[in-house]
Design a protein around this ligand. Structure first.
Ligand code: ADP
Ligand code: ZN
Length: 520
């Protein structure tokens, strides 16, 4: 077992210099390493780029025995393996993709490994438990620990098998690591992995050099090219599907004249690897990618990250935008959203198993809150991660140029009643005609020109129908059916009865553009 006196933080600083060549710890690294060296189980919540791997790799080189690292993805393990070996650390992986099992097992049993990376599935196998009993274990490190929680955004049932495995080695300390965990998920991780509540260490989540901007997607190529012009350094554009990745990469290359490459799981492996390597080496390349891109990529000088559609959650947004500006220099992010994004995401909720639907819906509501806020984006983000940030950061769109806020309750009620009175099966175009009093054939045939809501919106209000519809869809008060009709949902009733009000953000005049919705 580990005696606390045996490893001082001074000795750790020495190893930090000798093994990694770094002058000092960053942020909470020292506290985390200190706890690990004292043999105390810990959950370290540290944002992407904060240097999580060092907090177990460094103790692994100091404590006698092998540190067993559980990691969810083979690609991630192999990246870690490469970087550990580059620092002269004795490391190995046991995955289905490895051919050198024999050697690894021999080295492990001989006590010659500092680090052994395994996938969580292996933890359930009796043979693995036996293997661990055959040598000395220094530490259990559980990477991406949010995978153990159903509250996390990436639940992996195999992570639940780690607790019984680790319980079989009660003297070995545990270090769980994650970049993405709200308060609820954190508590759950502690319980699921058997870490005492006092073992929770949370790093500050703020990334002050990152500028956050979120805008309605009205002309995607134009908007992204604008960003690429203002930011000549390397950038990532996340798009929701392979087809959109391909299309957008072509459009951006043509419109910007900059090197732009696609990246998604459907590319031929050689091309995918070449595009990734090209990006990592480049000082001006833009990569258009699905969210598969970025995990385990260590490129500190990414100057912007853009989203061509909404990310899955605030956690995902934070993680993906967190790939910008790891070097600490100014970096930009831009999320371009359409009401359809939220409508689709809400539709997909019906496919989520019932016991998890509530937490999925809460995740979507939180994201809608970030998108719709007229206040500081950073404050919303940091509050989501349990921090108590200042009201304004000075480095997000809303702080830099305050958007106008309009009380749109009246027009929201008119729109909701139009949807209701037309039978909740018509799209926005039709409802707009009803509200503004356009009596064309389709309207007259259905008798919608005789409804009380026909023509009740004046020209001034008509301007707000679209933004109100977006806001209502984002918050779930209007829900698009699969046939494109709009139904009432969420708090629609409360809005209709006047119990709830609806405020919408009016984008600053300077950035308002003409033109219809164009999807990527
Ligand atoms: P995370 O896993 O938290 O996203 P990494 O472990 O990949 O972060 O570390 C991010 C980068 O920071 C890596 O390039 C790593 O070498 C570097 N790094 C980590 N700790 C330190 C430190 N104490 N001093 C300087 N650089 C560090
Ligand atoms: Zn701000």
């Amino acid at each position: 077992t580990v005696a606390s006196e045996a490893y001082s933080l001074d000795a750790a600083r020495g190893a930090l210099r000798d093994v990694f060549g770094f002058d000092d710890f960053r942020g909470i690294q020292a506290n985390v390493v200190g706890r690990v060296l004292a043999g105390r189980s810990t959950l370290a919540v540290m944002p992407t780029g904060a240097g999580k791997s060092l907090t177990y790799q460094l103790p692994a080189t100091m404590i006698e025995g092998t540190t067993v690292v559980v990691s969810p993805l083979i690609a991630l393990m192999h990246d870690q393996l490469r970087s550990a070996r580059a620092n002269g650390i004795a490391a190995a992986t046991l995955t289905s993709a490895d051919a050198d099992w024999r050697e690894t097992l021999d080295a492990f049993r001989a006590g010659a490994l500092d680090l052994l990376y395994v996938a969580p599935e292996r933890a359930s196998q009796p043979a693995f438990r036996e293997l661990l009993s055959s040598a000395r274990i220094a530490l259990f490190a559980i990477d991406e620990a949010h995978c153990v929680s159903e509250w996390g955004h990436d639940f992996r049932p195999d992570y639940r098998l780690l607790r019984p495995l680790m319980d079989a080695f009660p003297r070995v300390p545990r270090l769980a690591l994650t970049a993405t965990a709200d308060a609820h998920t954190r508590d759950d991780i502690l319980v699921q992995l058997g870490i005492p509540a006092e073992g929770l260490m949370v790093a500050g989540f703020d990334r002050p050099n990152i500028r956050y901007r979120i805008a309605h997607r009205d002309s995607i190529v134009h908007q992204l090219v604008g960003l690429m012009r203002s930011e000549p350094g390397p950038g990532i554009v996340y798009a929701p599907t392979r087809a959109k990745v391909e299309k957008l990469a072509g459009q951006l290359a043509a419109a910007s004249g900059r090197p732009v490459l696609p990246y998604h799981a459907g590319l031929e492996p050689g091309e995918r690897a070449a595009n990734q390597a090209g990006f990592v080496a480049s000082e001006d390349m833009v990569i258009v990618a699905t969210i598969a891109f970025g995990m385990g990529i260590d490129k500190p000088d990414v100057r912007f990250v853009a989203h061509a559609g909404i990310p899955k959650s605030i956690e995902a947004f934070y993680q993906e935008t967190g790939r910008a500006g790891r070097d600490g220099d100014p970096a930009q992010t831009l999320m371009l959203w359409g009401a359809g994004d939220f409508a689709q995401a809400r539709q997909r909720l019906s496919e989520v198993p019932e016991d998890r639907r509530g937490s999925e819906r809460a995740r979507l509501d939180a994201l809608a809150g970030l998108v719709e806020t007229a206040g500081c984006r950073r404050a919303v983000l940091l509050r989501h991660f349990g921090e108590d940030p200042p009201e304004a950061c000075g480095n997000c769109d809303n702080c830099l140029e305050a958007p106008g806020v309009t009380d749109a309750t009246e027009i929201a009620r008119k729109l909701l009643s139009a949807a209701y009175r037309t039978g909740q099966s018509f799209g926005l175009g039709h409802l707009q005609k009803v509200l503004t009093g356009v009596g064309d054939d389709r309207i007259v045939q259905r008798g919608h020109d005789r409804l009380s809501v026909f023509g009740i919106v004046d020209a001034e209000e008509a301007r707000l129908i679209q933004p109100v519809a977006r806001a209502l869809q984002a918050r779930g008060s209007l829900v698009a059916t699969e046939h494109g009709g709009l139904q009432l949902g969420g708090d629609a009733k409360a809005i209709l009865t006047g119990e709830r009000s609806v405020e919408i953000v009016v984008p600053p005049q300077s950035s308002r553009r003409r033109g219809g919705e164009s999807n990527p």
